[in-house]
Ligand binder design. Structure first.
Ligand code: THU
Length: 136
């Protein structure tokens, strides 16, 4: 079943409320929708050693894999920020999302919120010619 875009973006927005972002004040939430109807969320987790901060999408993927998920990723929603500007996953998060997607041979839709314009792209369009398990 195709995940509901509005509902998944709402889950990402709710997740952003749990962000630990005392340094940037930039709170991001991510929600991952799976084939079995499950949704896993994450929020960014910053660190006093700034470069160690974790993005919302990476936290969500880690949570999903910690729950035993190894595929079935159909859609990703990202929301939060300061409003006005649409948030797209950073380069590192595209790679992290790609690992989970490729593990289950899916090409999820990525719904980018946080701004006035929602942007929808396939993950493979955000990360073309990706490096993955098949590259090894
Ligand atoms: N951030 C995310 O959580 N996801 C992204 O896709 C981009 C950036 C976080 C990292 C940092 O905590 C804050 O947003 C500002 O860069």
């Amino acid at each position: 079943m195709t995940p509901d875009r509005t509902a998944l973006l709402a889950r990402a927005e709710a997740a952003a409320e749990q962000a630990y972002a005392p340094y940037s004040g930039f709170r991001v939430g991510a929600a991952l929708a799976f084939e079995d109807g499950g949704v896993v969320t994450g929020a960014n987790v910053e660190n006093a050693s700034y470069g160690l901060s974790l993005c919302a999408e990476t936290v969500a993927v880690a949570q999903a894999m910690a729950e035993g998920r190894r595929g079935g990723l159909l859609a990703v929603a990202v929301a939060g920020g300061r409003g006005g500007v649409t948030i797209t996953p950073c380069g590192r998060c595209r790679q992290v999302l790609s690992e989970l997607a490729q593990a289950g041979a899916t090409d999820p839709l990525v719904w980018c919120g946080g701004g006035e314009q929602m942007l929808e792209r396939k993950l493979s369009d955000l990360l073309p010619h990706s490096f993955g398990p098949a590259s090894l």
